[in-house]
Ligand binder design. Sequence first.
Ligand SMILES: Nc1ncnc2c1ncn2[C@@H]1O[C@H](COP(=O)(O)OP(=O)(O)OP(=O)(O)O)[C@@H](O)[C@H]1O
Ligand SMILES: [Mg+2]
Length: 200
Amino acid sequence: MLNAVQWHHHQVSRDDRAAQKSQKPCVLWFTGLSGAGKSTLANLVEQNLFAHGYHSFLLDGDNVRHGLNKDLGFSDADRVENIRRIGEVAKLMTDSGLIVLSAFISPFERDRALVRDLFADHEFLEVYVDAPLDVCERRDPKGLYKRARAGQIRDFTGIDSEYQPPSHPDIHIRTDNLSSTQCAERVVQYLKLRGYLKDR
Ligand SMILES: Nc1ncnc2c1ncn2[C@@H]1O[C@H](COP(=O)(O)OP(=O)(O)OP(=O)(O)O)[C@@H](O)[C@H]1O
Ligand SMILES: [Mg+2]
């Protein structure tokens, strides 16, 4: 049977859209333990980009689970599907010319590699938001570690579920010895130096 689903080619290309925005679209894929600072950093980077007139969009954990992925739980299969869908959405958004920031623990190297495969070279930037477990646990901004230690949350990353650190992150940020503002500046600096942000 012939496949009735066909790809449509658009007259306005992704390069046209990117040039209009004076930026090179990419996804900044923040990964790290809960409490490592993914949301904090992604928000600060986005504020910085916005203030300088660049176009971005932030995809963050809980928000996506309220809508797009509200049918998914935390089983292994659902976690994989959660990340896969987010990757596809990030792909559509970069095609629209945006700099996409995503802030999910995304603990498994294999799942992150699957997302990376959706993108062209240099379009997917893995940002390892790195802080030791004991620091994250002391911060515990949502009280999740406490609940995990009390046995109220199962399969919690770092406690009874593995976190696989990126072996070759594009950007490696240690958040335990720099302020969040300094960490965010490093990410923005990387984007500038690598030509993702054009002069406006
Ligand atoms: N250099 C830093 N960068 C980022 N966050 C920092 C830094 N120093 C201290 N913090 C603090 O660490 C906490 C990080 O919490 P945040 O919600 O950003 O983590 P997260 O990685 O998004 O966690 P989760 O996966 O649970 O959403 C915040 O309370 C923040 O103020
Ligand atoms: Mg977060």
